[in-house]
Design a protein around this ligand. Structure first.
Ligand code: SF4
Length: 248
């Protein structure tokens, strides 16, 4: 099968909305959420794009079909397309990125950094989000370094890259500091986590607002007490606005 005819497993395509986190927070975007993930984080808030129990809702789609939906949703006005998941890095997204760029769109991806892809170099933004101890997952730092090498191997310069961490407690914070020390050239975004992910079909998605605000204030104190002035502390804006509702 040629790269152009490879199908991509899609969980949902939605927008335009705004990016709720990381280096593009607040910016208008259309989300292309792929289905499937090589992780099972304890607090995952997108199980409908992770757990095989929901795979009957995922579609294997051609690039042109996906691209038609993105163009329709964005009214043919170029914007940044957010490739999300699940882990979008386990899908063959290179031809979709090249297709969209021909129309003047930009591409951002968020991935935990467990799979490196050559096409990372064709992105505009790469957000690596290693999962801290509270996720019960383990990061392979060599693979994360491979992701960086893949992204920066382009003569065109490659994407803007950042590290993003969801932080629940001291162990998560220490993990983020350790990661930042391993990759000192990368900007770091820290975000308090939400402890109450609802079931994926819950339309009335609620959040632990008091807990989020407490952790946000705690995180600000940690960063300022530590004189970690290169870090950026952000809320997960989409969680504050919509909880864990799908498709916004
Ligand atoms: S890496 Fe992301 S999508 Fe995959 S299980 Fe963890 S939080 Fe969920």
């Amino acid at each position: 099968m040629s790269a152009a005819s490879e199908k991509i497993r899609i969980s949902e395509i939605f927008g335009p909305t705004i990016q709720g986190e990381g280096m593009l927070i607040g910016q208008p975007t259309v989300f292309v959420r792929t289905g499937g993930c090589d992780y099972r984080c304890s607090w995952c808030d997108t199980l409908h794009a992770v757990d095989s129990e929901y795979r009957h809702n995922w579609l294997a789609m051609e690039v042109e079909t996906i691209w038609g939906q993105v163009r329709h949703l964005s009214g043919d006005v170029p914007l940044t397309v957010s490739l999300s998941g699940g882990n979008p890095a386990i899908q063959p997204l290179g031809s979709l990125i090249r297709r969209g760029k021909r129309d003047g769109y930009r591409f951002a991806i968020e991935t935990q950094g467990s799979v490196a892809r050559d096409w990372f170099a064709e992105l505009d933004f790469l957000v690596l989000s290693p999962k801290p101890p509270s996720s019960c997952m383990e990061t392979d730092w060599d693979v994360l370094a491979d992701c960086l090498r893949a992204a920066t191997g382009s003569p065109a310069g490659g994407p803007r890259i950042g590290l993003k961490f969801v932080v629940f407690d001291d162990a998560d914070y220490a993990f983020a500091k350790d990661a930042a020390a391993r990759f000192p050239d990368l900007p770091v975004y820290l975000q308090p986590g939400n402890h109450t992910p609802p079931p994926p079909d819950d339309d009335d998605a609620r959040i632990d607002l008091d807990g989020i605000m407490d952790r946000m204030l705690w995180l600000v104190d940690k960063v300022t007490d530590d004189r970690w002035f290169s870090a950026t502390v952000l809320p997960q804006l989409h969680v504050l606005l919509w909880g864990n509702k799908r498709g916004v």
